[in-house]
Design a protein. Structure first.
Length: 257
């Protein structure tokens, strides 16, 4: 639901902000650029707004549909937003160069970059604040739902909620714990053995699925056989690789799904 609020804000609210800013602010340099032939200010502002809506649709709809696969970090999202502004400026400059034959493309591009970067960053910041305000606060997990991981010396190293744990993989003298932090998958390497966490996993209903793997049944979407006949547990996190399942543990895991 939250992602569709962001989609609405970028496709509709952001272009409306852009248009309103131009028409209300009435800057002299904006007027010279958008109203070069006289009585064209409103028309050109509307056309630039329509181009902006098209760019936002082409960018934000795929971003919303494939958000689970993309899982952009904050700096990747910032680069995506910057790319939107640059692409929009290129198309806006093309329109302005065509509508006014005496203005070359690159001079028009310079004006469009100045226009867009003077207005649209405010809209992006406002949208981000609105999305933050409507984002529901995640309830704190109950004490019994917390999994406390200690290393081989007994020192507490990691505490996570049961629901965010994806799977655990053993590699030499370490176990690698994969879990969700918001919408991002994180990995934590802990000096510990599978035998050392066996009782802890049993207490929290985390199932051993192979000699070197534990998996959280809550995140198992489907069990399937690959081309080699090996059983794989596909998780509900699209970016994660399947977890191998031994025939020995298949029945126990399948009953938990």
């Amino acid at each position: 639901m939250l992602s569709y609020i962001g989609l609405f804000l970028h496709i509709l609210a952001l272009p409306v902000f852009f248009l309103a800013f131009i028409l209300i602010y009435e800057s002299e340099w904006m007027d010279r650029f958008l109203n070069a032939n006289g009585e064209m200010m409103i028309f050109n502002a509307l056309m630039l707004t329509c181009i902006l809506i098209g760019i936002m649709c082409g960018s934000r709809i795929p971003l919303t549909v494939y958000r689970e696969r993309l899982r952009l970090s904050w700096w990747q999202y910032s680069l995506w937003s910057l790319a939107e502004l640059l692409v929009y400026s290129c198309f806006a400059a093309l329109y302005m160069a065509l509508i006014y034959g005496h203005i070359g493309y690159f001079p028009a591009l310079g004006h469009c970059l100045q226009l867009n970067f003077a207005i649209l960053p405010y809209a992006y910041v406002i949208n981000a604040l609105l999305i933050t305000l409507v984002r529901p606060d995640a309830p704190a997990p109950a004490e019994e739902d917390l999994i406390r991981f200690a290393d081989s010396t007994g020192r507490l190293k990691l505490v996570i909620a049961h629901d965010v744990l994806l799977f655990i993989e053993a590699q030499e003298n370490y176990i690698h714990i994969y879990y969700l932090d918001g919408e991002k998958v994180k990995e934590y390497a802990l000096r510990q053995s599978m035998r050392g966490i066996d009782e802890l996993m049993d207490r929290h209903h985390i199932i051993r699925c192979q000699r070197s793997f534990f998996v959280n049944p809550r995140h198992v979407k489907v069990l399937r056989r690959d081309k080699e006949g090996m059983i794989q547990a596909e998780l509900d996190v699209a970016s994660m690789r399947p977890v191998p399942v031994s025939p020995k543990y298949y029945e126990q895991l399948s009953k938990m799904l």
